[in-house]
Design a protein around this ligand. Structure first.
Ligand code: HPA
Ligand code: ZN
Length: 349
């Protein structure tokens, strides 16, 4: 790492907001703000079990992952048309650009929509057009990752993959999300093998609530190149060493972890421990409309609670580029941009 300029602690929040960064763990359906949920419900004539935006927001008091997922899937029920998917993704991408996100790898959950009769093409094309426009207007490169819902069967995942293949050029990889406990990665061994054959990049949620064993099988059975969450790895020293040695990135989501009671408070988050163990950890927002903040808010609250320093800011942004699925030239370009940003801070010393 190059020699960082001295940055007084009171300047750190502005530095966190201003630094270029990538976001690698964002569920686009989790960026649906209550206002947009109500707008789309009205536009599409969908009835919601909540009387108002305020009543919906008031229901966002989660005790664990499942209590969140129940509301998250209800919110997604207003998405019907290609335009709805575009509007949702565009709202996220405008915010991301304003937060100095220069690259985003965005999860989407097609089964949540196709199960309601929404055509796969409406989902993927709506999201894709928003990604295209973000690149044109903001220079933000945005890529899609298709997630399989792990509470459904592997046969359902295979059917979803089949339905998505006509749009293969619009997504770069596959992931695994939804209810973790009782749905180990092994359940999806064959469909992930097929995805790897197709040249898709592979990630999986593991060790959010589930045990280290799920992280081992995400790596060794699914061939995951990145682990989403992965914070339970600290309970297995051999696994920690494996993740550090192979530099398998973890996409950590601090506000999500606190809101879903994975940690009792931000001060008890283990991100510093993961960095100290030499892991390539990154900071991400997961479902920002539900967990109280977008990417910069995650950085700000994490740094305040753990007393992290400018060198951690540089490291985490650097890791976000390293951990991305962008090509080497793009990574080096963003890493140079990051270095120039920190060097530029020197002039204000
Ligand atoms: N975990 C699992 N599934 C999800 C999540 C999460 O944090 N967010 C959206 N789907
Ligand atoms: Zn997630």
């Amino acid at each position: 790492m190059f020699h960082l300029p001295h940055i007084p602690p009171q300047r750190l929040p502005a530095v966190l907001r201003g630094m270029p960064k990538a976001e690698l763990h964002i569920h686009i359906e989790g960026s649906l703000e209550p206002e947009l949920i109500f707008k789309l419900a009205q536009r599409n004539g969908v009835a919601l079990p909540y009387a108002s935006v305020e009543a919906l927001r008031a229901a966002y008091a989660f005790t664990d992952l499942q209590s969140f997922l129940d509301i998250y899937y209800a919110g997604a029920s207003v998405l019907l048309k290609e335009q709805d998917f575009f509007d949702m993704a565009w709202a996220y991408l405008e915010k991301a650009a304003a937060e100095n996100v220069v690259h985003a790898e965005i999860f989407f959950d097609p089964q949540t929509h196709t199960a309601r009769g929404v055509p796969m093409g409406s989902v993927i094309q709506g999201l894709h057009h928003a990604c295209q426009r973000a690149h044109q207007e903001f220079g933000l490169s945005a890529k899609l990752i298709l997630c399989f819902l792990r509470h459904l069967s592997e046969a359902d995942a295979f059917a979803t993959l089949e339905a998505a293949l006509p749009y293969r050029h619009h997504f770069i990889g596959v992931g695994l999300d939804s209810s973790e406990m009782g749905h180990p990665p092994e359940k999806f061994e064959r469909v992930f093998a097929r995805c790897r054959e197709l040249g898709l990049r592979v990630v999986a949620h593991a060790g959010e609530e589930g045990p280290p064993a799920y992280i081992w099988s995400a790596l060794d059975v699914l061939g995951a190149e990145r682990i989403d969450h992965g914070v339970q790895a600290v309970h297995d020293p051999v696994l920690l060493r494996r993740l550090a040695d192979a530099q398998v990135p973890l996409t950590v989501c601090p506000l999500s972890n606190v809101k879903l009671c994975v940690f009792p408070s931000m001060a008890q988050h283990n991100l510093r421990q993961l960095l100290d163990a030499g892991l390539c950890a990154t900071v991400n927002s997961d479902d920002p409309a539900y967990f109280g903040g977008y990417l910069n808010e995650n950085y700000l609250q994490l740094f305040a609670a753990l007393d992290l320093e400018p060198r951690h800011a540089y490291q985490l942004a650097f890791n976000s580029f390293e951990a991305s699925f962008a090509d080497e030239a793009a990574k080096r370009g963003w890493e140079r941009q990051l270095k120039s940003y920190f060097e530029g801070l020197r002039e204000h010393d």
